[in-house]
Design a protein around this ligand. Sequence first.
Ligand code: AP5
Ligand code: MG
Length: 190
Amino acid sequence: MLNLVLFGPPGAGKGTQADFLIQKFNLKHLSTGELLREQIASRTALGQEAELFMDKGFLVPDALVIEMIRTELQENKHENGYVFDGFPRTVDQAIALDELLTNIGSEVTAMLLLSVEKQELIKRLLNRSKTSGRADDQGPAIIENRIQEYNEKTRPIKDYYTAQNKFHRIAGVGTVADIAQRLIETVNKL
Ligand code: AP5
Ligand code: MG
Protein backbone atom coordinates (compact mmCIF):
# COMPACT_ATOMS: atom_id res chain seq x y z
CA MET A 1 0.00 0.00 0.00
CA LEU A 2 0.98 3.61 -0.59
CA ASN A 3 -0.08 5.71 2.40
CA LEU A 4 0.73 9.40 2.10
CA VAL A 5 0.32 11.94 4.88
CA LEU A 6 -0.25 15.29 3.17
CA PHE A 7 0.82 17.86 5.70
CA GLY A 8 0.95 21.64 6.00
CA PRO A 9 -0.65 24.70 7.57
CA PRO A 10 -4.21 25.90 6.82
CA GLY A 11 -4.37 27.02 3.20
CA ALA A 12 -1.17 25.22 2.18
CA GLY A 13 -3.04 23.39 -0.60
CA LYS A 14 -3.57 19.96 0.97
CA GLY A 15 -7.08 19.51 -0.43
CA THR A 16 -6.09 20.87 -3.85
CA GLN A 17 -3.09 18.57 -4.18
CA ALA A 18 -4.83 15.52 -2.68
CA ASP A 19 -7.06 15.48 -5.77
CA PHE A 20 -4.01 15.03 -8.03
CA LEU A 21 -2.38 12.38 -5.84
CA ILE A 22 -5.48 10.19 -5.57
CA GLN A 23 -5.90 10.22 -9.35
CA LYS A 24 -2.27 9.64 -10.19
CA PHE A 25 -1.74 6.79 -7.74
CA ASN A 26 -5.32 5.49 -7.43
CA LEU A 27 -5.63 6.20 -3.72
CA LYS A 28 -8.52 7.07 -1.40
CA HIS A 29 -8.70 10.62 -0.03
CA LEU A 30 -9.34 10.86 3.73
CA SER A 31 -9.69 14.46 4.91
CA THR A 32 -10.71 14.82 8.55
CA GLY A 33 -11.75 18.43 7.87
CA GLU A 34 -14.13 17.29 5.08
CA LEU A 35 -15.46 14.42 7.21
CA LEU A 36 -16.09 16.78 10.14
CA ARG A 37 -17.89 19.27 7.88
CA GLU A 38 -20.12 16.42 6.64
CA GLN A 39 -20.91 15.53 10.27
CA ILE A 40 -21.80 19.17 10.98
CA ALA A 41 -24.03 19.37 7.90
CA SER A 42 -25.83 16.16 8.96
CA ARG A 43 -26.25 17.56 12.49
CA THR A 44 -24.84 14.46 14.18
CA ALA A 45 -23.79 14.53 17.85
CA LEU A 46 -20.15 14.32 16.74
CA GLY A 47 -20.67 17.22 14.34
CA GLN A 48 -22.28 19.38 16.98
CA GLU A 49 -19.41 18.79 19.38
CA ALA A 50 -16.76 19.35 16.70
CA GLU A 51 -18.39 22.57 15.50
CA LEU A 52 -17.73 24.24 18.86
CA PHE A 53 -13.98 23.92 18.23
CA MET A 54 -13.82 24.26 14.44
CA ASP A 55 -15.76 27.53 14.20
CA LYS A 56 -13.22 29.20 16.47
CA GLY A 57 -10.24 27.73 14.62
CA PHE A 58 -9.23 25.27 17.34
CA LEU A 59 -8.40 21.60 16.91
CA VAL A 60 -11.14 19.08 17.66
CA PRO A 61 -10.24 16.62 20.49
CA ASP A 62 -8.01 13.73 19.39
CA ALA A 63 -10.46 10.99 20.43
CA LEU A 64 -13.15 12.26 18.02
CA VAL A 65 -10.95 12.35 14.93
CA ILE A 66 -9.09 9.12 15.70
CA GLU A 67 -12.42 7.28 16.00
CA MET A 68 -13.58 8.81 12.73
CA ILE A 69 -10.45 7.61 10.89
CA ARG A 70 -10.74 4.16 12.49
CA THR A 71 -14.28 3.89 11.09
CA GLU A 72 -13.26 5.18 7.66
CA LEU A 73 -10.43 2.64 7.38
CA GLN A 74 -12.83 -0.15 8.31
CA GLU A 75 -15.59 0.94 5.95
CA ASN A 76 -13.44 2.02 2.98
CA LYS A 77 -10.90 -0.71 2.51
CA HIS A 78 -8.72 0.52 -0.33
CA GLU A 79 -5.98 -1.85 -1.31
CA ASN A 80 -3.79 0.72 -3.05
CA GLY A 81 -3.65 3.06 -0.08
CA TYR A 82 -4.74 6.47 1.21
CA VAL A 83 -3.94 10.16 1.13
CA PHE A 84 -4.43 11.46 4.67
CA ASP A 85 -5.22 15.19 4.49
CA GLY A 86 -5.30 17.14 7.75
CA PHE A 87 -4.66 14.01 9.80
CA PRO A 88 -2.64 13.41 11.93
CA ARG A 89 -2.53 16.85 13.55
CA THR A 90 -1.03 15.98 16.93
CA VAL A 91 1.69 13.53 17.93
CA ASP A 92 -0.96 11.39 19.67
CA GLN A 93 -2.89 11.21 16.38
CA ALA A 94 0.31 10.20 14.56
CA ILE A 95 0.87 7.38 17.06
CA ALA A 96 -2.78 6.30 16.67
CA LEU A 97 -2.46 6.27 12.86
CA ASP A 98 0.61 4.04 13.09
CA GLU A 99 -1.40 1.61 15.24
CA LEU A 100 -4.41 1.66 12.90
CA LEU A 101 -2.24 0.96 9.86
CA THR A 102 -0.23 -1.73 11.65
CA ASN A 103 -3.57 -3.46 12.35
CA ILE A 104 -4.16 -3.77 8.60
CA GLY A 105 -0.58 -4.88 7.96
CA SER A 106 0.56 -1.56 6.57
CA GLU A 107 2.31 1.70 7.52
CA VAL A 108 2.71 5.37 6.58
CA THR A 109 4.89 5.46 3.44
CA ALA A 110 5.79 9.15 3.58
CA MET A 111 4.84 12.49 5.07
CA LEU A 112 4.79 15.31 2.53
CA LEU A 113 4.92 18.84 3.93
CA LEU A 114 3.62 21.64 1.69
CA SER A 115 5.71 24.60 2.76
CA VAL A 116 4.02 28.04 2.37
CA GLU A 117 4.72 31.40 4.06
CA LYS A 118 2.16 32.79 6.51
CA GLN A 119 1.26 35.90 4.47
CA GLU A 120 0.43 33.72 1.46
CA LEU A 121 -1.72 31.41 3.64
CA ILE A 122 -3.74 34.35 4.97
CA LYS A 123 -4.15 35.75 1.46
CA ARG A 124 -5.41 32.40 0.11
CA LEU A 125 -7.85 31.81 2.97
CA LEU A 126 -9.33 35.31 2.95
CA ASN A 127 -9.77 34.96 -0.79
CA ARG A 128 -11.45 31.57 -0.36
CA SER A 129 -13.75 32.97 2.35
CA LYS A 130 -15.71 34.79 -0.37
CA THR A 131 -16.99 31.50 -1.75
CA SER A 132 -16.18 28.62 0.63
CA GLY A 133 -19.00 29.11 3.12
CA ARG A 134 -16.57 27.80 5.73
CA ALA A 135 -17.13 29.41 9.11
CA ASP A 136 -13.42 29.11 9.90
CA ASP A 137 -12.40 31.17 6.84
CA GLN A 138 -14.41 34.17 8.02
CA GLY A 139 -12.00 36.77 9.34
CA PRO A 140 -8.32 37.19 10.18
CA ALA A 141 -8.74 36.36 13.91
CA ILE A 142 -10.04 32.81 13.27
CA ILE A 143 -7.44 32.21 10.57
CA GLU A 144 -4.76 33.38 13.02
CA ASN A 145 -6.04 30.82 15.59
CA ARG A 146 -5.81 28.05 13.00
CA ILE A 147 -2.23 28.97 12.13
CA GLN A 148 -1.30 29.17 15.81
CA GLU A 149 -2.83 25.75 16.51
CA TYR A 150 -0.78 24.39 13.62
CA ASN A 151 2.45 25.93 14.90
CA GLU A 152 1.93 24.75 18.48
CA LYS A 153 0.35 21.32 18.13
CA THR A 154 0.76 20.10 14.56
CA ARG A 155 4.18 21.28 13.41
CA PRO A 156 5.97 19.06 16.03
CA ILE A 157 4.79 15.96 14.14
CA LYS A 158 7.55 16.74 11.66
CA ASP A 159 10.06 15.39 14.19
CA TYR A 160 8.00 12.24 14.65
CA TYR A 161 8.23 11.41 10.93
CA THR A 162 11.81 12.64 10.57
CA ALA A 163 12.81 10.08 13.20
CA GLN A 164 11.20 7.42 10.98
CA ASN A 165 12.98 8.79 7.90
CA LYS A 166 9.62 9.61 6.26
CA PHE A 167 9.64 13.40 6.17
CA HIS A 168 9.73 15.28 2.83
CA ARG A 169 9.39 19.05 2.36
CA ILE A 170 7.87 20.34 -0.89
CA ALA A 171 7.73 24.01 -1.88
CA GLY A 172 3.99 24.81 -1.84
CA VAL A 173 4.10 28.02 -3.88
CA GLY A 174 3.83 28.40 -7.64
CA THR A 175 1.18 26.99 -9.91
CA VAL A 176 -1.02 24.13 -8.73
CA ALA A 177 0.29 21.99 -11.61
CA ASP A 178 3.95 22.65 -10.73
CA ILE A 179 3.38 21.73 -7.10
CA ALA A 180 1.55 18.56 -8.13
CA GLN A 181 4.54 17.65 -10.30
CA ARG A 182 6.93 18.14 -7.36
CA LEU A 183 4.78 15.89 -5.20
CA ILE A 184 4.53 13.20 -7.86
CA GLU A 185 8.29 13.23 -8.42
CA THR A 186 8.87 12.88 -4.69
CA VAL A 187 6.45 9.95 -4.46
CA ASN A 188 7.97 8.26 -7.50
CA LYS A 189 11.36 8.29 -5.78
CA LEU A 190 10.07 6.63 -2.58
P1 AP5 B 1 -9.17 21.31 7.50
O1 AP5 B 1 -10.38 21.17 6.70
O2 AP5 B 1 -8.14 20.25 7.43
O3 AP5 B 1 -8.56 22.72 7.18
P2 AP5 B 1 -7.08 23.32 7.21
O4 AP5 B 1 -5.99 22.43 7.64
O5 AP5 B 1 -7.24 24.58 7.98
O6 AP5 B 1 -6.73 23.56 5.75
P3 AP5 B 1 -7.62 24.04 4.56
O7 AP5 B 1 -8.56 22.98 4.17
O8 AP5 B 1 -8.18 25.38 4.86
O9 AP5 B 1 -6.48 24.28 3.50
P4 AP5 B 1 -5.76 23.23 2.55
O10 AP5 B 1 -4.36 23.01 3.00
O11 AP5 B 1 -6.60 22.03 2.30
O12 AP5 B 1 -5.66 24.11 1.26
P5 AP5 B 1 -6.65 24.18 -0.02
O13 AP5 B 1 -6.24 23.16 -1.00
O14 AP5 B 1 -8.06 24.22 0.42
O15 AP5 B 1 -9.56 21.47 9.03
C1 AP5 B 1 -10.55 22.37 9.44
C2 AP5 B 1 -10.76 22.27 10.93
O16 AP5 B 1 -11.26 20.96 11.26
C3 AP5 B 1 -9.52 22.43 11.82
O17 AP5 B 1 -9.23 23.78 12.09
C4 AP5 B 1 -9.93 21.66 13.06
O18 AP5 B 1 -10.82 22.42 13.86
C5 AP5 B 1 -10.71 20.51 12.48
N1 AP5 B 1 -9.86 19.33 12.20
C6 AP5 B 1 -9.65 18.77 10.99
N2 AP5 B 1 -8.81 17.72 11.10
C7 AP5 B 1 -8.49 17.62 12.41
C8 AP5 B 1 -7.65 16.75 13.14
N3 AP5 B 1 -6.98 15.76 12.54
N4 AP5 B 1 -7.55 16.94 14.48
C9 AP5 B 1 -8.23 17.93 15.11
N5 AP5 B 1 -9.03 18.80 14.47
C10 AP5 B 1 -9.17 18.65 13.12
O19 AP5 B 1 -6.22 25.61 -0.58
C11 AP5 B 1 -6.55 26.80 0.12
C12 AP5 B 1 -6.92 27.90 -0.89
O20 AP5 B 1 -5.77 28.23 -1.65
C13 AP5 B 1 -7.98 27.46 -1.90
O21 AP5 B 1 -8.80 28.56 -2.20
C14 AP5 B 1 -7.15 27.03 -3.13
O22 AP5 B 1 -7.87 27.18 -4.32
C15 AP5 B 1 -5.98 28.00 -3.04
N6 AP5 B 1 -4.74 27.42 -3.58
C16 AP5 B 1 -4.34 26.13 -3.54
N7 AP5 B 1 -3.14 25.97 -4.13
C17 AP5 B 1 -2.76 27.21 -4.55
C18 AP5 B 1 -1.62 27.71 -5.23
N8 AP5 B 1 -0.61 26.90 -5.59
N9 AP5 B 1 -1.55 29.03 -5.49
C19 AP5 B 1 -2.55 29.86 -5.13
N10 AP5 B 1 -3.69 29.45 -4.48
C20 AP5 B 1 -3.78 28.14 -4.19
MG1 MG C 1 -8.38 21.27 3.15
